[in-house]
Design a protein around this ligand. Sequence first.
Ligand code: NDP
Length: 234
Amino acid sequence: MSRSVLVTGGNRGIGLAIARAFADAGDKVAVTYRSGEPPEGFFAVKCDITDGEQVEQAFKEIEAQQGAVEVLVANAGVTRDQLLLRMSDDDFTSVLDTNLTGTFRVVKAAVRKMLRARKGRVVLISSVVGLTGQAGQANYAASKAGLVGFARSLARELGSRNITVNVVAPGFVDTDMTRVLTDEQRQNIVGQVPLARYAQPEEIAASVRFLASEEAAYITGAVIPVDGGLGMGH
Ligand code: NDP
């Protein structure tokens, strides 16, 4: 059965791997991208999730192309790392506005139609850091922890309408986001990961696809760690 899937930030990294996984399974997949070129092979809409009007417009275009979104993967996110005393208001609020409020904006737009359809799947991409904390990432960790409370509230609010809301919490994944780290930082991280390596984006995508599948119909409000053991189940 081909479903209407939307992946935010689906032009690169984890989002692109997620979009490919759904497309390979035969779903109709739309992606949003904020900058650069749209990825080949997907219906792509330019959208900055910090702008509510752009989000509304993107949903109109996607719904006209492939029908109401049945599976939403809120993946778009940013880092702006800084130690607390050097962290500006803008460093903090811009990360919150993208990772947490931006997710709220796209989830709200998708759920409107899911409620009418009385079914839907929402998967939010958090991070192990939201649960364990990370020096230099207070803004990012707060935003990613916020997603857990957000998802669990919605799991309660929407469960009776057959809409599941779950969170995937990746550990360190080999993408542009982590390629900015120095070799020393990367080695330190790998040293703390029981599986002693970074994840590939496809390994995150597999869990997302599972949570959106029929087999996962009874899973909601869950946080699934895909982190090589770094968070030890948290
Ligand atoms: P990338 O930096 O490779 O990609 C981030 C994506 O988010 C891009 O598509 C980017 O668009 C998009 N994006 C950023 N800001 C906005 C915005 N305001 N509006 C719309 N789109 C936006 O990151 P990853 O693929 O590594 O990360 C994907 C998700 O996974 C993020 O939420 C991240 O926090 C999370 N994550 C990543 C981990 C990792 O180790 N890589 C670990 C744990 C979680 P554009 O191309 O235009 O910049």
